[in-house]
Ligand binder design. Structure first.
Ligand SMILES: N[C@@H](CCC(=O)N[C@@H](CS)C(=O)NCC(=O)O)C(=O)O
Length: 214
């Protein structure tokens, strides 16, 4: 069975959501980013020598492993065009969503991480928080025309990725005043694919914890 390596409350939720949207049921493996253990005993350094989730381990002849959130969600969405989660490759619409996903990875997800891990000086903290507020403000402005989701009226990979990296509370970026974005977040919270991702994640994390204390 295809395996999806995830970590608690991280960007791997984006992959879970997209898998749920298309009805895939990969085996979830939890990676504890602190003690480096996995819920099924796999050596994570062998799975991804770069040491991060998400990783999708395919069951193909070459036993390929795919890393990078953008690449995995795009791959899954491309495999299931009927779910309309991403525009077709080669179109300008696809270029725009790729641009959006890249901004999410570089200007949102990776900006949060040193803040959440408290790795920055006071000056670095202020600068990085301001960058985040600025990035989220562009999303709020995008939603101001009343659209339901970030790229229009259909849920897409863009919504899954941004939702999975809404770590503003943990990194102290104050965006509660961005009303369009907060309303969008509530809509995404309510999607069955998101609720299932949270439930499945909680179950595998609890299983892994119980194993560690047994
Ligand atoms: N370039 C990767 C980065 C993924 C990443 O930062 N993963 C974090 C969770 S969101 C992680 O696993 N961190 C564990 C660590 O660095 O020890 C991607 O875009 O998917």
């Amino acid at each position: 069975m295809t395996k999806l390596y995830i970590a608690d409350q991280t960007c791997s939720q984006a992959v879970q959501i997209i898998a749920n949207e298309i009805g895939l049921n990969p085996e979830l493996v939890h990676y504890n980013v602190f003690d480096k253990s996995t819920s099924n005993g796999d050596s994570f350094v062998d799975v991804n020598p770069l040491g991060y989730v998400p990783v999708l381990a395919l069951e193909n002849t070459d036993q390929d492993t795919i890393t990078e959130t953008i690449v995995i969600i795009s791959y899954l969405a491309d495999q299931h065009p009927e779910a309309a989660l991403i525009p077709a490759r080669g179109t300008l619409e696809r270029v725009k969503i790729d641009q959006f996903l890249t901004i999410t990875a570089t200007e949102i997800a990776q900006k949060h991480i040193p803040l959440m891990r408290k790795l920055l000086s006071e000056e670095g903290t202020q600068w990085t928080r301001a960058k985040l507020v600025s990035a989220y403000s562009t999303l709020d402005a995008r939603l101001a025309d009343g659209r339901t989701y970030l790229t229009g009226d259909h849920f897409s990979v863009a919504d899954a990725y941004v939702w999975a990296t809404m770590w503003h509370e943990r990194s102290g970026a104050e965006i509660g005043h961005l009303e369009n974005l907060m309303a969008w977040k509530a809509r995404v919270d309510a999607r069955p694919s998101v609720q299932k991702a949270l439930k499945d994640e909680a179950e595998i994390v609890a299983f892994h914890r119980a194993q560690a204390t047994a």
